[in-house]
Design a protein around this ligand. Structure first.
Ligand SMILES: Nc1ncnc2c1ncn2[C@@H]1O[C@H](COP(=O)(O)OP(=O)(O)O)[C@@H](O)[C@H]1O
Ligand SMILES: CC(=O)N[C@@H](CCC(=O)OP(=O)(O)O)C(=O)O
Length: 266
């Protein structure tokens, strides 16, 4: 059966309500497409860092992760947020199964920056999909937090978009990035038009022009990377319209799709 990785962004987690989780539960029950959840939690980590008065900075959308930041990021991602989402899926009537990339070394990583400037930020080198398959074979919906582990047992913080793309590639799945915007917008901040389709060339240009910035950069680059690794039509969607996931799966127009070649409208 076709699998869809649904990456839930931290920007939208607290606004997601039962219709969203019911859609996920329904997908799994209908047998049309099996959902695997990967989540982020940037704003939740920021809040916890503020509470503990720990500073952090970002380089190209990646959080520089000291030992102290890692400890807080892991407790928020693999603790509070992972269990919140798992419980919401259970409430929607489906067996959510929360785990982090550390469990079963599902997300095996190496340092993202060999020079060490990013600290404990991991780049996924291997996805041990057998544990995800074990959950799915038993009817569960995996809910994965983006903390990984290296061969020495050191844990690392992973950008959730990148973790989701690596999992989609390994599972030969589709991927939908659920965020707080209806897609990639021509003028972010404004309720302007969204791009229905974007190619690599257009993405490079929009990043250069600053139209795509901040957290949207790792998202579009992860979507592009997934596409180049064989994942079919990655899409960026708004979580407040859960029906969009179904529309996208039917092959109809929803959000921004990342594609190989420019699509010309009739
Ligand atoms: N061109 C763009 N279109 C839409 N959003 C954009 C764009 N460029 C930057 N953004 C920003 O990217 C954000 C989504 O990325 P991020 O905050 O990392 O989301 P998430 O937590 O859902 O992964 C949007 O809320 C918006 O502020
Ligand atoms: C290395 C790195 O940047 N990790 C991210 C992990 C969470 C994340 O990616 O959350 P969103 O999906 O909400 O952006 C962070 O610490 O914020």
């Amino acid at each position: 059966m076709k699998i869809i990785v649904i990456k839930i962004g931290g920007s939208i987690i607290n606004q997601l309500e039962q219709p969203f989780f019911k859609t996920i539960s329904h997908l799994q029950k209908s047998g049309d497409c099996y959902p695997v959840i990967v989540h982020g939690g940037g704003p939740g980590i920021n809040e916890a860092l503020n509470k503990w008065e720990v500073n952090s900075s970002f380089v190209n959308g990646l959080r520089v992760t000291t030992k102290e930041v890692l400890e807080i990021a892991e407790s928020v991602l693999s603790g509070t947020i992972n269990k919140h989402l798992t419980a919401e899926i259970v409430k929607a009537g489906a067996p959510g199964f929360g785990l982090s990339g550390v469990d079963g070394s599902v997300l095996k990583v190496k340092p993202a920056d060999p020079q060490g400037k990013l600290g404990y930020v991991g780049k996924v080198v291997q996805v041990n999909k057998k544990w995800l398959e074990l959950i799915m074979d038993n009817g569960g919906i995996p809910v994965v937090s983006p903390i990984g582990i290296d061969e020495k047992g050191q844990r690392y913080n992973i950008n959730a978009d990148m973790a989701a793309a690596a999992i989609a590639k390994e599972l030969k799945a589709g991927i939908a990035f659920i965020s707080d915007i209806p897609g990639v917008m021509e003028k972010p901040g404004d309720h302007s038009r969204i791009y229905d389709y974007l190619t690599k060339g257009q993405i490079d240009e929009l990043i250069k022009e600053g139209v795509i910035h901040g957290g949207m950069i790792p998202k579009v680059l992860s979507a592009l990377n997934a596409l180049e690794e064989g994942v079919e039509a990655p899409v960026i969607l708004n979580g407040l319209n859960p029906q969009d996931i179904v529309t996208y799966l039917k092959g109809e127009k929803a959000g921004t799709k990342i594609v190989m070649e420019e699509v010309h409208h009739a």
